[in-house]
Write a protein that binds this ligand. Structure first.
Ligand code: NAD
Length: 283
């Protein structure tokens, strides 16, 4: 297996921009692909914003390294051109099964035979997509968490058809870009992180809507009782209450009750979490 040196990231939204920048920051040449040049112009602004964040929050970014990362980025809205030299393509387009399948069908035809494809999908299994890639042995999930420069897990999850050497190459790549690779042995919805986090957040929401305890008490209990740095409602504020609302409103009855509670008490009042300066807490 040849080493991965040239990377293309599909989608320059919240996660795609972070993945591309983190990869460029670690010295790789990265092509950022998105649907048109207007979106790519916005992506350039996102990257400049990320360079500023890294300068503040990442120790090794001092001395111009974050600005240097910007010079490792290329931009393209032409899929064939974007992937023609790629050793690895990381896909971070919207979480929509049909859209992703359509994209992999095109990508499978356009990318060289050597190219590995990795999906950053949070909720789909790689086997939902593998059959559309034209290269099931070179396809797997590489799942990043929001704010990749601090929350630097990279969950690596293949299908039964993923070549173990490809899996290993992607684990090594994740390490090379400063991530902590989390090796997952079997397909599992939610990977490891969300398999742990979602039930915790659901349980906290239930305690709140059932009137058992308030957010401060629930968080305090979790922090003191386990030594965790943050409680579930502090985590909700970081994730963003709109995301929490969107997920809860299509889940079970208890979660829907929580969604209604969030809407009435927070979202309708513009309290969306850390991003707006107030959610369950003030920032
Ligand atoms: P986003 O909506 O912020 O960005 C999606 C980007 O994809 C946009 O720039 C959009 O223009 C582009 N796009 C749309 N159609 C495209 C196409 N056909 N080809 C190329 N680009 C296209 O989404 P996001 O939050 O960055 O999520 C992207 C993926 O990452 C999803 O699969 C999601 O599950 C996953 N993810 C998101 C988070 C998160 O916290 N946001 C965390 C982990 C994983």
């Amino acid at each position: 297996m040849s080493d991965i040196t040239t990377v293309t990231v599909l989608g320059t939204g919240v996660l795609g921009s972070q993945i591309a920048f983190q990869t460029a920051f670690h010295g790789f040449t990265v092509t950022a692909y998105d649907i048109n040049d207007d979106v790519l112009a916005k992506a350039k602004e996102r990257f400049a914003g990320l360079a500023a964040v890294y300068e503040k929050e990442v120790q090794e970014a001092a001395g111009g390294k974050a600005q240097e990362a910007l010079t490792n980025l290329r931009y393209s809205s032409d899929l064939a051109q974007a992937v023609k030299d790629a050793d690895l393509v990381i896909e971070a387009v919207p979480e929509n099964l049909d859209l992703k399948r359509e994209l992999y069908t095109k990508l499978g035809e356009l990318a060289p035979a050597k190219t590995i494809f990795a999906t950053n999908s949070s909720t789909l299994l790689p086997s939902d997509l593998a059959g559309y890639t034209g290269r099931q042995d070179k396809f797997l999930a590489l799942h990043f968490a929001n704010h990749v420069w601090v929350n630097n897990t990279a969950e690596v999850m293949g299908t039964t058809k993923t070549d173990p050497e490809v899996y290993r190459a992607v684990v090594d790549f994740a390490t090379a870009i400063g991530m902590v690779p989390i090796e997952i042995k079997k397909e599992k919805a939610g990977y490891v992180l969300n398999s742990l986090l979602v039930p915790l957040l659901d349980a906290a929401a239930e305690l709140l809507v059932d009137g058992i305890a308030d957010p401060e008490t629930i968080d305090k209990t979790w922090r003191i009782g386990t030594g965790a740095p943050k409680g579930p409602f502090e985590i909700f504020d970081i994730v963003g209450l709109t995301t929490a609302y969107n997920i809860s409103s299509v889940a079970g009855p208890k979660q829907q009750e929580f969604a209604a509670y969030l809407k009435e008490n927070y979202i309708d009042k513009g309290k969306l979490g850390v991003a707006t300066g107030e959610g369950f807490y003030r920032y």
